[in-house]
Design a protein around this ligand. Structure first.
Ligand SMILES: [Zn+2]
Length: 705
């Protein structure tokens, strides 16, 4: 799965390994994957302040001048000018590590709406809602804090028993049992479309199972990194102590597990290489996997997972899997057991009683700077959204945009695609042969908006009233079985990889689809009542961003049908790479925080998408007679367009979160997502009369799409 999302939720950045759901704390796939807002160890209080802000945004169409910093000129630093007033006057809520004027505000608003839906279900007031009882029981058990606290660490017994029974011979079956319950360890196995035949699902083995956010965290030796390593080791020691070990033993176990993870991390593929489809495409049959990594019975593992036989497997990280096989031969059984106990504890701590939950939060605090935990109800709304997202979404979409707004949104997408077709002939670096195929690819894009055309089936998901922990495991097991069942079958092109309430969007290169859930089709991104120029600048740019992902350094390698093929002529590849190199250099020069630079290579795909997105949206606005004639708040239509763009990215972020993001997030920091593309745009200079020498005018502009 190689989905490219518009943004990454703070919580999704925290864990390095992948599982099917995010309930148990492992949400960032090693290959760029769907990025949902997972249920995390926190969850805040709905204070009066954010609620008021939510209401204000929901009502106010058009631009808000109070957001601006009038003391900074647009041509000096547009992000500061456009967002400075807001940044100064908007503290980050204690229960958040970052706060964005668009994403966070809409997300809070969505959560309130989802809460109201769930409260009604719990009170049995909404008869006739599909899976209403299951959702009510799932939510009800999750919010029963007293019962969760009374049970302490007892719910862990079953999982611990599985690890206790581990022998040299049954490691494959033990791992399969843990993976099936959402507990990560060593690697993950799931479905992926065959890179060369995107119509078929094959198996996929992906590295995973470490507790720091990324492999590099084990090796960085600056002061801040060392502090995080220490915080993680303390977290492990405290969890072991809570599970019944004596303090000294708990401390020793934590050190052992940390060393164990570091030895795994050594062989893991880094995040820049993971973006390269060629490097993570290694299809083989089971015999070849067994020959590649003979220290582990993959056959026994797959059989325990009930994976279909005879289906090809993609080994995403060949060197890691080889090293893992050797590791299994040398690590003592007791070390493997301690490592797996640590995985169980870190994956489940936030689903257990307060002492466990407190430890999970202390570690999260060290990583993100978040000051206070979110209220439990928010965490529980997140749980239902993760576990039964398409059931919860059905009443949600009725209360938001609904199907009525679909036509207008689709019209906007069509105008963005038309802009791409208009620009393709103007690209001097592209030859006609490649251009013809690029046209084919644009015309083949499938767009999905608001909600899936076919809702998911949750029959067989066993939810019990009053047993939160069992429900979480049941949801993981249900999802894990669903994922494994996809292997060996045709790709289901109707499936969505984000639930409709998510404030996000994505492009999937392997199905050549763009998806815009109901969650993001709200102010300030979009409102039918907004000036059209503002809609183009905000949601139009998002649409252009997703479309450009089909043509970024990664997406361009997939053809109109989603197959990884070399459809570009060598000369055209050279032209593209030269232009992309300009963007790598531009963003690599930006300093995100302290001495940490933006990683120009890691963020290339997103930066290309932002730059292409703003170009396409501007072109589409100028093609629309009504949009190019109507501004807002006294600004010209062109200025309105650029303000609406910037206003969607105004963000305040804690320093810890800034560091976490710059080290792991393929998206650039918000300031550079705005200023980076705009400094390359003659249209921006013209709109604000900027001249050479101004901060917002780059001498050597980058132009790609
Ligand atoms: Zn993106």
């Amino acid at each position: 799965m190689r989905i490219r999302a518009l943004s990454v939720s703070p919580a999704a950045l925290l864990f390095a390994s992948a599982t099917a759901l995010c309930l148990l704390g492992a949400c960032v796939p090693a290959t760029p994957g769907p990025v949902s807002a997972p249920t995390m160890p926190t969850m805040p209080t709905m204070e009066a302040a954010p609620q008021t802000r939510v209401a204000a945004y929901a009502q106010g169409p058009g631009l808000d001048r109070s957001v601006l910093d009038e003391g900074t000129k647009p041509c000096t630093d547009f992000y500061q000018h456009a967002c400075g007033g807001w940044m100064k006057n908007t503290p980050i809520p204690d229960d958040k590590s970052s706060w964005t004027r668009s994403f966070s505000v809409i997300d809070e608003q969505n959560k309130l709406l989802l809460r109201a839906i769930l409260d009604e279900l719990v009170a049995q007031k909404s008869q006739g809602v599909a899976y209403g009882k299951e959702m009510a029981d799932l939510y009800g058990a999750c919010t029963d804090e007293a019962l969760i606290n009374a049970r302490g660490g007892a719910p862990l017994d079953g999982l611990f028993k599985t690890v206790k029974a581990l022998t040299v011979g049954n490691l494959p079956e033990t791992l399969a049992a843990l993976h099936a319950n959402g507990i990560p360890g060593f690697f993950s196995y799931g479905p992926t479309p065959d890179a060369k035949d995107s119509s078929q699902m094959i198996g996929d083995i992906v590295q995973g199972g470490i507790g720091l956010p990324d492999r590099d965290y084990y090796f960085d030796d600056d002061t801040k990194s060392k502090e995080l390593q220490a915080a993680y080791r303390t977290y492990l020691a405290n969890l072991f102590a809570l599970s019944g070990k004596k303090p000294d033993e708990a401390k020793q176990l934590a050190e052992d597990v940390y060393g164990f993870e570091k030895r795994l991390a050594e062989h893991m593929m880094n995040k820049v290489d993971r973006r390269d489809p060629q490097k993570v495409t290694n299809k083989m049959d089971l015999a070849k996997v067994e020959a590649l990594a003979p220290g582990f019975s993959w056959k026994a593992y797959l059989s325990a997972q009930k994976a279909p036989e005879g289906v090809a497997i993609n080994v995403s990280m060949v060197e890691y899997v080889k090293a893992l096989s050797a590791r299994f031969a040398t690590e003592p059984l007791t070390a493997v057991k301690s490592y797996l106990q640590a995985r169980i504890l870190t994956a489940t701590a936030s689903q257990l009683s307060k002492p466990f939950d407190d430890e999970a939060f202390a570690y999260k605090k060290a990583l993100t700077g978040q000051k206070a935990r979110e209220d439990r109800w928010k965490r529980c709304v997140g749980l239902v959204d993760d576990a039964m997202g398409e059931a919860l979404a059905r009443p949600f979409v009725e209360k938001t945009l609904g199907d009525g707004g679909k036509a207008d949104v689709q019209k906007l997408i069509t105008s963005i695609e038309a802009a791409m077709e208009q620009r393709l002939p103007l690209l001097a670096w592209m030859d006609d042969e490649t251009r013809t195929k690029a046209f084919e690819k644009v015309r083949a894009i499938v767009n999905k908006v608001v909600h899936p055309s076919r809702w998911r089936n949750y029959d067989g998901l066993a939810v019990k009233a009053g047993d939160h922990f069992a429900n979480v495991l049941a949801a993981e097991a249900f999802e894990s079985a669903r994922q494994v069942a996809k292997i060996g079958k045709p790709v289901d092109k109707e499936e969505w990889f984000m639930s409709p309430p998510q404030v996000n969007a994505y492009y999937d290169p392997q199905t050549n689809q763009m998806v815009f859930p109901a969650g993001i089709l709200q102010p300030p991104f979009y409102a039918p009542a907004h000036a059209k120029s503002a809609n183009y600048g905000a949601i139009g740019m998002v649409m252009g961003h997703e479309l450009t992902h089909g043509f970024d350094d990664e997406g361009r390698q997939f053809d109109a049908q989603g197959n990884l093929t070399d459809w570009w002529t060598p000369g055209c590849v050279k032209g593209f790479e030269e232009r992309a190199g300009c963007v790598v250099e531009q963003f690599g020069a930006y300093v995100a925080i302290d001495d940490l630079h933006v990683n120009g290579k890691l963020t290339l795909g997103e930066n290309l998408a932002d730059l292409g997105g703003i170009n396409l949206a501007y072109q589409a606005m100028m093609n629309d007679p009504e949009a190019r004639a109507t501004g807002s708040a006294g600004f010209t239509p062109q200025q309105t367009f650029f303000y609406a763009y910037a206003h969607a990215w105004c963000t305040n972020q804690r320093p810890e979160m800034q560091r976490l993001r710059v080290k792991t997030d393929p998206h650039s920091p918000p300031k550079f997502r705005v200023n980076g593309p705009l400094t390359n745009l003659p249209e921006f200079r013209e709109a604000f009369s900027c001249v050479a020498g101004d901060g917002m005018v780059r001498e050597n502009s980058c132009r790609v799409w």
